[in-house]
Design a protein around this ligand. Structure first.
Ligand code: TRP
Length: 328
């Protein structure tokens, strides 16, 4: 079957994935496989720009890859690999850096955010983060990059660097990729205020046991204006309801939507219902994950094989890049 083009996406190795990762990226990764040739990369080198220690890097890489495969990424079709296993990306990064004005990097909102978050670790690699991301994308002749809106400036930067490079060396060696913006729901953490993230510990892990999941759901913050059981609630501002809309059957969504507003159902029962539906939704994922986890060597084999396939594509690009530059 001929596909509609090549998709590339990368994610930093954050270990066991949570509902935010699932709804924001993983679910989409799985779906894209039907129509595109997909490459999914664990960007361990990008992680180094902010990591304080690398002690957990290997385990986090394994855990994320395991979740990716368990959720339905098919390594026979898609290339799944670790960024540092194809070192040509570092080489391309260096060449791209020569056509990148420094001010363009320091002006990026994503860079300014990182500076604010880590004022004591503003390293050279951090400034070059978008250049390395552009190298990821361009090394594999990518047509489409599925990313959230927060990454849009990096995609725009990538497109600009392609034009600068091709113009500078007089040949259309690099392909301008397109952003594939996907409508992803903004997934809030159990605090109901901030985006779900592991670092804020407001997340619900996909691989948690049903009991742990229920416990986390029961801790979720609901409509703050609903203080007593007898107060009517407003599902429109309730994070529990947001998740019902994603994970519960329509009949349950409709029931909660009506009963919450007239205090017919309390938050405790509403959450129990969500936990039940969420656990049902995750059941097959968890079974598959447990199964895959029995043979860690298989996960590493998949990543090795992915690196081999990625390397073929990468070397093809680099031959043209080196020749276009005129390296002796
Ligand atoms: N910068 C992306 C993020 O923080 C991760 C990433 C690295 C990426 N290289 C990429 C995403 C290439 C898409 C394509 O989420």
């Amino acid at each position: 079957m001929t596909k509609k083009g090549r998709v590339f996406s990368g994610a930093r190795p954050t270990g066991r994935q949570h509902l935010g990762n699932y709804l924001g990226a993983m679910r989409n990764y799985v779906a894209l496989q039907d129509d595109y040739d997909c490459i999914y990369c664990v960007v361990d080198v990008h992680a180094l720009t902010t990591l304080e220690t690398t002690l957990e890097l290997k385990q986090n890489t394994y855990d994320m890859a395991l979740d990716w495969l368990a959720v339905g990424i098919r390594p026979e079709e898609s290339v799944v690999f670790v960024q540092s296993h194809v070192p040509q990306v570092m080489e391309l990064h260096t060449y791209l850096s020569m056509v990148t004005p420094l001010g363009k990097l320091t002006d990026l909102p994503t860079f300014k955010d990182k500076v604010r978050e880590n004022p004591n670790n503003i390293n050279y690699g951090l400034v070059g983060y978008p250049v390395l991301m552009a190298a990821d994308i361009l090394l594999y002749g990518t047509d489409f990059v599925p990313v959230g809106i927060d990454q849009a400036p990096h995609l725009e930067f990538t497109r600009e660097v392609v034009r600068s490079f091709n113009y500078r060396y007089g040949k259309p060696v690099l392909k301008e990729p397109q952003m594939k913006a996907t409508s992803v729901p903004k997934v809030l953490g159990i605090d109901g205020v901030q985006k779900m993230s592991k670092s804020l510990n407001n997340h619900i892990e996909l691989a948690a046991t049903p009991e742990e999941t229920t416990q986390r759901v029961m801790q979720m913050v609901t409509d703050p204006a609903r203080v007593r059981r007898s107060d009517p609630g407003n599902p429109d501002v309730c994070n529990v309801f947001s998740l019902h809309k994603i994970f519960s059957p329509q009949a349950d969504v409709d029931m909660v939507n009506v009963e919450c507003r007239r205090a017919g159902i309390g938050c405790v029962d509403c959450k129990k219902l969500l936990a039940k539906n969420l656990n049902a939704h995750l059941e097959s994922f968890r079974a598959r994950r447990t199964d895959l986890d029995k043979n860690p060597a298989y996960i590493w084999d998949v990543l090795d094989d992915g690196a081999r396939r990625a390397n073929v594509l990468a070397e093809g690009t680099m031959v043209n890049v080196r020749s276009a530059i005129g390296l002796p």
